[in-house]
Design a protein around this ligand. Sequence first.
Ligand SMILES: [Zn+2]
Length: 136
Amino acid sequence: MGVQPQQAASELEKAGADIVGANCGTGIDDMIEVTRAMRRATSLPIWCKPNAGLRSWSMGKIVYRETPEEMAAKLHLLLEAGAAIVGGCCGTTPAHIEAFVRERNRLWRRSLGRLREKREGRKAEAFRPSLLMDRL
Ligand SMILES: [Zn+2]
């Protein structure tokens, strides 16, 4: 049912898109897989806005179970999958975006440290510090 992520990315690129992406879904784990599938189909920048998990009812209210800390702890997987721009969809809050930004900054500092190590002749691992944050 629906269009597969790799098909969407491929068709959007053929149609002239400058960027492709996805939003919502069932949480950040699902978005990591969607991003991997899109990365296999395109070299365009990938934008993604995972939701905070499947919604459920609690005490008469809609709730989303993925906390800012849980989602931020998986940011590196989303980036490794190919995401260039990250935001949040249903159930995310300003606290989620703040947690992403803190984690992005931590990863960036670690990356800079590794680049310094590389300059000094030690082993280094590259990390793309170009991540943007987005919340509509
Ligand atoms: Zn949503």
